[in-house]
Design a protein around this ligand. Sequence first.
Ligand code: AMP
Ligand code: ZN
Length: 472
Amino acid sequence: MVQFYNTLTKKSETFSPRDPKLVTVYCCGPTVYDYATVGNFRTYTMTDVLVRTLRHFGYTVKFVMNITDVGHLVSDDDIGEDKMEKGAKREGKTAWDIATFYTKAFLSDSRKLNLSEPDVRPKATEHIAEQIAMVQILLAKGYAYQIDDGIYYDTAKFPRYGQLTGQRLDELKAGARVEQNPQKRNPTDFALWKFSPNPSADGKKRDMEWKSPWGTGFPGWHIECSAMSRKHLGDQIDIHTGGVDLIPVHHTNEIAQSEASSGKSPFVRYWVHGQFLLVDGAKMAKSKGNFYRFADLEDKGFDPLALRYFYLTAHYRKPENFTWEGLTAAQNSLNELRKQLVLMRKSGRTSLSAEKLEKVDMYRKRFDEALCDDMNTPQSLAVVWEVVKSNIPAPDKYDLLIDFDEVLGLKLNEVASVASEEIPEEIQVLVKKRDQLRIEKKFAEADTIRKEIESKDYVLDDTPTGALISRR
Ligand code: AMP
Ligand code: ZN
């Protein structure tokens, strides 16, 4: 019985899908105007663990995560620059080139973090017709209206508006920022389609624009997720994920668009939101300049999977503070776990006594219970270490940990399957010391240790999943 905390009902609920044969999951993907931060990847890793958890418990999952490659304005208020056009200006390229480049970078980082490949990864620019069709339905049903700069959603027409934050429309209106567009009927109304600025006004033309029944322009940010989730998962879906910052505007607007156009409610049964990765107590964000990218970690000698381990040490609904010390501790734990797996793998198999068999079952049950408890990954890691320290036979520990790794995603099988022979303790100590020096960027000292290891007839091989050691 998997339990998730549902932002919609503000309760922990037992998960039950609409169709027991197929669970549908949608996650808002990156806006590809720059590199993703390790903050963004915390949310994507949470979503990956969620998908893996469902699969671990035997569900068949259809997982969709989009690429936002158009129409995401720098503010939530439908004003300011389009993020893609802004990226293009910054780098002297077209918005199309920017999208291609940063999509590639995102996919490469995702693979390094061992994030499950979504079943569909739709791009907003490839779903313009679907977005226009949804705006047409909203207009026909009286939920939208046209003003000088675009087509807007009339939030006053949707009585459940604000349900996700638990606020009524009048409360939202009172709290809204100073009205920017006097033609909007309500401060919470948002753009479904924006018209391109008239080129004759400043001589500039947008890189990305499309013809529509209302004039040339581009879609609003929110409509893409409603249109793409409908196309690939249907009118109603089981689980929708994202970071907590998406609750008040983006996800609130997705609900309004999807439910008004389909006439079906709820659009999403379980809303699962991840808390932020922080730096010095503040949200890690590109706009704040307090962010790290994947490459920053790799430059310091960290293994991308150490970041994954680091995320798993915190519950996804609690803020997690990013520090280099924390990441180093995660790297050390991961190295130790890998070493233990290599040792386990080498032990010969003996038959399991009834008492040990019971223990194996008990650990399996406790690991599953931790996951069922709203994906309590710190607790599931605690069970991992209990297994490592337990007295059950090494090959059974190994099998158990490899099973657990289906959810943890630390690629433990890859490390353990390449190591083939017993490495003396003395050499293992040297390898560990060298790993630590590399993390501290003391490469000259690390190299001295490599030579010492080689002088003892062992060779080191640095792989993306850590150093491998074998006899020369
Ligand atoms: P964006 O590209 O800004 O739309 O963000 C992509 C995803 O990352 C969204 O689900 C955000 O909620 C999430 N996100 C942004 N900043 C952070 C952070 N510091 N920690 C965790 N998730 C974040
Ligand atoms: Zn979205």
